[in-house]
Ligand binder design. Structure first.
Ligand SMILES: C[S@@+](CC[C@H](N)C(=O)[O-])C[C@H]1O[C@@H](n2cnc3c(N)ncnc32)[C@H](O)[C@@H]1O
Length: 190
């Protein structure tokens, strides 16, 4: 209809879930969630979401969602049938029937130290099938460590995380042309 303006649809996860500082929760922006959701739906049939609930809960593809699990410390998500309680300090507590069953893992830990990343890398390797894909976000200073530990490369397209003071980068162990452009949400100062 002429003159009608369509309002952009809100992201229901962002609308319903306030960030909880006790768990270091910093959600990606709506557009970054959309970007990551598209990556998962394009490259995966069964994904392990490690500390990345906004992406799992924004999936549209019911088959992929049904084959995926959302691993998080925040028990508020327990009603979802694919929620798995996960404390990154105890990768050995991950249920053994989940070993090697995922073709994709998405990771955004609450802390960015090498010690914490080592524990997430242990969990990711345990959950991934052979040749599984990895998409993660963290600070630029972890580039070398993550290349050695998980074989991921830093990408041009970077995530927007509106309430986080650091600018993170994306890292992945696979190629996709969508990683090659800068994210228009992120102001460039140089
Ligand atoms: C920086 S946020 C990442 C969220 C992500 N950017 C998103 O939009 O989904 C850190 C996440 O780790 C979770 N978390 C906090 N403590 C944890 C722990 N001990 N073990 C595993 N996950 C934890 C939080 O609940 C939160 O989902």
């Amino acid at each position: 209809m002429e003159g009608s303006t369509k309002r952009p649809r809100p992201n229901m996860f962002l609308l319903k879930n306030k960030e909880n500082g006790d768990f270091n929760q910093y959600w990606y922006s709506k557009d970054t969630i959309e970007f990551m959701k598209n990556q998962v739906e394009k490259h995966s049939k069964s994904c392990a979401f490690l500390s990345t609930p906004s992406i799992y809960f924004s999936l549209k593809d019911k088959d992929i969602k049904g084959n995926s699990k959302v691993f998080d410390y925040d028990k508020k998500f327990y009603k979802d049938p694919n929620y798995v309680f996960y404390d990154f300090n105890k990768p050995e507590d991950i249920p053994t029937d989940l070993e090697g069953v995922f073709d994709f893992v998405v990771i955004d830990p609450p802390f960015v130290t090498e010690e914490v990343w080592t524990l997430y890398a242990t969990a990711a390797k345990y959950l991934l099938a052979e040749d599984g894909k990895i998409l993660l976000s963290t600070i630029d200073e972890r580039e070398e460590f993550l290349k050695e530990t998980l074989g991921v490369d830093k990408k041009t397209f970077r995530p927007s995380i509106p309430n986080l003071v650091y600018q993170y980068s994306f890292y992945a162990n696979y190629e996709d042309e969508e990683f090659d452009e800068a994210n228009p949400e992120i102001p460039e100062f140089d």
